[in-house]
Design a binder for this molecule. Structure first.
Ligand code: G3P
Length: 224
């Protein structure tokens, strides 16, 4: 399962990329706006920090506008994935970008239903991003959507080649369930990525190992 980091904070990305555990990055207009920096500068820097896919989202809403902006974004670096919203216009833009002679990878975002995900795959998306946390927020079951989308794509492996990129992740439990369902990727905020490694028994066990080691060294020293 690929793990992407869901942020436009290049400091955090650099720190996490150094672990070798970050397969890609996703951004959206809200995350880039939070940095207060120029959009193109931020995306350029991220593509240099992480060799894997870096999602950069269009802000145009017409098919034509998204295609033009998508091509501009893709020209920043070879690992840019153009993110378009799951609207009719977005699906058409995906079809154009993914289907051109020199195809551009597309991540269809703001997916909240399995039928939307089916259409994203038919439009040729490399990734579809179902937003599970936002579904949970309104009392629906985000993980049930992941199960449905994974099942549907698995039923048509020859024609539906889109990867399920679990988005709007709120905690480690979401990552665990997504992995159990066989989702291709999850994009997680930096804090959640750090939580994935944390376990109190690991800390306690390591402290005990080190204390025992120090004791053994001290007693060996006192015998020599
Ligand atoms: O980047 C898309 C998605 O992961 C946003 O999540 O937390 O704003 O619902 P969130």
């Amino acid at each position: 399962m690929q793990l992407f980091v869901d942020t436009a904070d290049t400091g955090q990305i650099a720190e996490l990329a150094a672990t070798g555990l970050v397969d890609g990055v996703t951004t959206n207009p809200s995350l880039v706006a939070r940095t207060g920096r120029d959009f193109r500068d931020v995306i350029t820097e991220i593509t240099q920090l992480v060799p894997g896919p870096v999602s950069a989202e269009v802000t145009e809403t017409s098919c034509e506008g998204m295609v033009t902006q998508g091509r501009e974004l893709a020209s920043i670096a070879g690992n840019v994935v153009v993110k378009v919203p799951l609207t009719w216009e977005g699906l058409q833009a995906c079809h154009v970008l993914a289907g051109q002679d020199d195809p551009i990878d597309v991540n269809v975002t703001l997916c909240f239903s399995a039928t939307q995900a089916l259409l994203a795959a038919k439009a040729g998306a490399r990734f579809v991003s179902p937003f599970i946390g936002r579904l949970d927020d309104i009392g629906q079951n985000g993980m049930a959507l992941i199960r449905d989308v994974v099942d549907i794509y698995r039923s048509y492996p020859r024609t539906l080649k889109t990867e399920v990129l679990v988005a709007s992740v709120r905690g480690p439990g979401h990552v665990l369930e997504a992995a159990k369902l066989g989702a291709d990727a999850a994009t997680v905020p930096p804090g959640v990525l750090r939580q994935l490694v944390a376990h109190p028994l690991t800390d306690k066990g390591l402290a005990a190992f080190l204390a025992d080691w120090e004791k053994a060294k001290a007693s060996a020293g006192s015998r020599s």
